[in-house]
Design a protein around this ligand. Structure first.
Ligand SMILES: [Zn+2]
Length: 97
């Protein structure tokens, strides 16, 4: 593990979100995924508690209707607070499709 990677993990352990770490160190946007993998490998990834969403290899199960859709803007609205960057309800259940 590189020194930079250790710093990211330490920051995460200190309570910073992955997004905040990326912003703090001015990392490229792709680092969100990278750091998330890093903390997962280090075994320190925090669970999101009640906001659990079933995620599949190539799709996401809508938390309301239970249907599985590809995780794309065609089926889900963007939500940067969510893990994959999309809401956990499909567009149809958000009332517009
Ligand atoms: Zn739905």
């Amino acid at each position: 593990m590189s020194k930079a990677e250790q710093i990211y993990i330490d920051n995460y352990k200190a309570g910073l979100s992955v997004e905040k770490i990326v912003a703090k160190y001015g990392c490229p946007p792709g680092y969100i995924k990278k750091i998330r993998n890093l903390v997962r490998e280090a075994g320190v990834l925090r669970s999101r508690g009640a906001k659990r969403t079933t995620t599949f290899e190539d799709g996401r199960k809508c938390s309301k209707c239970g249907e599985v859709f590809p995780i794309t803007a065609q089926y889900f609205y963007r939500d940067k607070h969510e893990v994959e960057g999309y809401k956990n309800k499909c567009k149809k259940c958000c009332g517009t499709m």
